[in-house]
Design a protein around this ligand. Sequence first.
Ligand code: GTP
Ligand code: MG
Length: 154
Amino acid sequence: MERTFIMIKPDGVQRGLIGEIISRFEKKGFSLKALKLVNVDRPFAEKHYADLSAKPFFNGLVEYIISGPVVAMVWEGKGVVATGRKIIGATNPLASEPGTIRGDFAIDIGRNVIHGSDSVESATKEIALWFPEGIVSWQSSLHSWIYEENFSTC
Ligand code: GTP
Ligand code: MG
């Protein structure tokens, strides 16, 4: 089954949005496979956003991510990478649709509350980076109320 890496950024934690964000993924039917509250250091944040190291906003982005604790999570479900990005909304919150997390709770692109992996490949890399200890193996007893087919072998 597909997995994605979701991070509630320091502004999301400070603004009391942890429960709201987790609730949106839970209510959709996705399944939480790992969760921790952590302070990350500069080298780690630079590694997470390595693809953006040439961007003019890179230093500000790294400062933002290390400015306070973040909530790191792994969510699992059919299509969770792309649908997770839809739940999150566009990168610039002023362009995010109402009803998305960024559309409902953010204004500035540099304070956009949440990160979600942009592809299955990125998700695999990010999950390995953030959860070297591994994730939790379990299956919700609601599975057959959420999926018509049996996806347990996906
Ligand atoms: P993430 O889920 O955080 O990876 O965001 P994204 O995939 O929607 O966007 P992207 O990976 O391109 O950029 C990563 C983060 O850098 C964004 O979420 C923003 O916080 C920040 N960012 C992106 N573009 C800009 C920009 O033009 N200016 C500033 N200040 N920050 C930016
Ligand atoms: Mg990104």
